[in-house]
Write a protein that binds this ligand. Structure first.
Ligand code: MRU
Length: 342
C-alpha cells in the first residue's frame, strides 16, 4: 500500500479514507483550508497520521507564504498552525507535530532557506513515524501467544499512521512470525473505521480477519474466541490513562471481566505528560447525523444525540502499553518515567 500521507509535488498527498473500501482515491491538498477540512471530516484520521499531515501542512504553509522576512513567515505559519490546531482536539500527536514544526521555524531565523528546513522537518517526522511503528510491532509481537486470536477496535493500522500502524503493526509483526490465527475487528460505530478500514487493510495484506459489530465482543469473549485485545491510542496521560476511539473503554471492561490481556500500542508522540490523568483529556464531540444516519441513510428520528468520538480507559484496565521504546507495565506513573526521558 502507498503511504497514508506524503509530500507530493508541492502538496500534502493523502489517501482519502472516506472513500474506502469502495474506492482508493488520492487527494492532493494544496491549501491549508483543504487540509484542515480533510482532517475534520476524517479523510485522514488516526492520531499519528493526523500529526504527520499537520507537519506537512506547515511545510505547505511556508511554501504558500510570500513573506520576505523571518517574522512575516512566522506570522503566516502561526495562522496555519491555529487553523490546523482547531481541527480535532483529542489526538495529542496533532499538537506535538505542530509545536515541533513551529520550533523548527523559530530556530530557522538565520537559515538561507527556512522553507526547505521545514519540509525536511516534516519529512523527518514522517520517517520517524514509520520507524516507531515498526519498532512497536517488534516489541508487541513478543506479547502475542502462538495461534493468537486478537480483538481490535477502530483502525490503528497503516491508515492511521504513515505505514504499518500501531496496534496493527503488532498484529502484522506477529502474523509474520506465524502467530496470528484470527483478528477480530470491531465494526466501530458510528463511523465504521473497523469495518471500512481495518477489515480492508488486513484483508488486502492476507491477514485473517473476521468482522463483528461492537455489541458482539462480549459474546465472542464469553465463547472463548478471543485471547487478547490490542488497540491504539489518541492520547495517553502520565498515569497511563488512555484516550482512544469511543467504545474502547467498554472493550477494556469486557477484557478484564473475561480475564483477557488488554494491550495499547502507541508511539512516544501519543503521550501527554503534561496531564496527570485522563480526566484532563479533551474529548471531541461530533455532529448528530453521524449517529442518526448510516451511510447517508436516516436510521433515527430528529432526536438529540450523544456523540463523543473518544473515551478514556483507566490505566488499571491496561495490561501493558507497547511503545517504540519498549513495553511498559503498571504502575504506569512509575514505569512511564523511563519513557518521559526518551
Ligand atoms: O476518529 P479517528 O478515526 O481519528 O480515531 C482513531 C483512533 O481512535 C485510533 O485508534 C487512534 O488514533 C490510534 S491510531 C494508530
Amino acid at each position: 500500500m502507498l503511504d497514508t500521507v506524503c509530500w507530493h509535488d508541492g502538496a500534502v498527498r493523502l489517501i482519502d479514507q472516506t472513500r474506502l473500501p469502495g474506492e482508493f482515491v488520492l487527494l492532493d491538498c494544496t491549501t491549508i483550508e483543504q487540509l484542515a477540512e480533510a482532517i475534520e471530516v476524517l479523510r485522514v484520521r488516526g492520531a499519528p497520521a493526523i500529526g504527520v499531515s499537520a507537519a506537512y501542512g506547515l511545510a505547505l504553509a511556508a511554501r504558500l507564504s510570500s513573506a520576505d522576512t523571518h517574522d512575516a513567515l512566522l506570522a503566516d505559519l502561526q495562522v496555519a498552525h491555529d487553523r490546523l490546531a482547531r481541527t480535532r482536539p483529542t489526538a495529542v500527536n496533532l499538537f506535538w507535530a505542530l509545536d515541533r514544526m513551529m520550533a523548527t521555524a523559530r530556530a530557522a531565523r538565520d537559515a538561507d532557506d527556512p522553507r526547505a528546513l521545514l519540509l525536511a522537518e516534516a519529512e523527518a517526522i514522517a520517517v520517524e513515524d514509520i520507524a516507531m511503528c515498526a519498532a512497536m510491532g517488534q516489541h508487541g509481537a513478543e506479547l502475542m501467544p502462538a495461534g493468537a486470536r486478537i480483538l481490535t477496535h477502530c483502525n490503528a493500522g497503516a491508515l492511521a499512521t504513515v505505514r504499518h500502524g500501531t496496534a496493527l503493526a503488532v498484529i502484522r509483526a506477529a502474523h509474520a512470525q506465524g502467530k496470528v490465527a484470527m483478528v477480530y475487528a470491531d465494526e466501530t460505530r458510528p463511523l465504521l473505521q473497523g469495518a471500512r478500514l481495518t477489515a480492508w487493510e488486513l484483508h488486502e495484506d492476507g491477514i485473517p480477519v473476521t468482522l463483528l459489530t461492537d455489541n458482539m465482543a462480549a459474546h465472542a469473549m464469553r465463547q472463548g474466541m478471543i485471547d487478547c485485545v490490542v488497540v491504539g491510542a489518541d492520547r495517553i496521560a502520565a498515569n497511563g490513562d488512555v484516550a482512544n476511539k469511543i467504545g474502547t473503554y467498554g472493550v477494556a471492561v469486557l477484557a478484564r471481566h473475561h480475564g483477557l490481556p488488554f494491550y495499547v500500542a502507541a508511539p512516544v508522540s501519543t503521550f501527554d505528560f503534561s496531564l496527570a490523568s485522563g480526566a484532563g483529556i479533551p474529548i471531541e464531540q461530533r455532529g448528530p447525523d453521524e449517529v442518526r444516519a448510516l451511510g447517508g441513510v436516516r436510521t433515527a428520528p430528529e432526536v438529540p444525540v450523544f456523540n463523543p468520538a473518544f473515551d478514556v480507559t483507566p490505566a488499571e484496565l491496561v495490561t501493558a502499553i507497547i511503545t517504540n521504546a519498549g513495553v511498559f507495565r503498571p504502575p504506569y506513573s512509575e514505569s512511564l518515567h523511563g519513557l518521559r526521558a526518551t
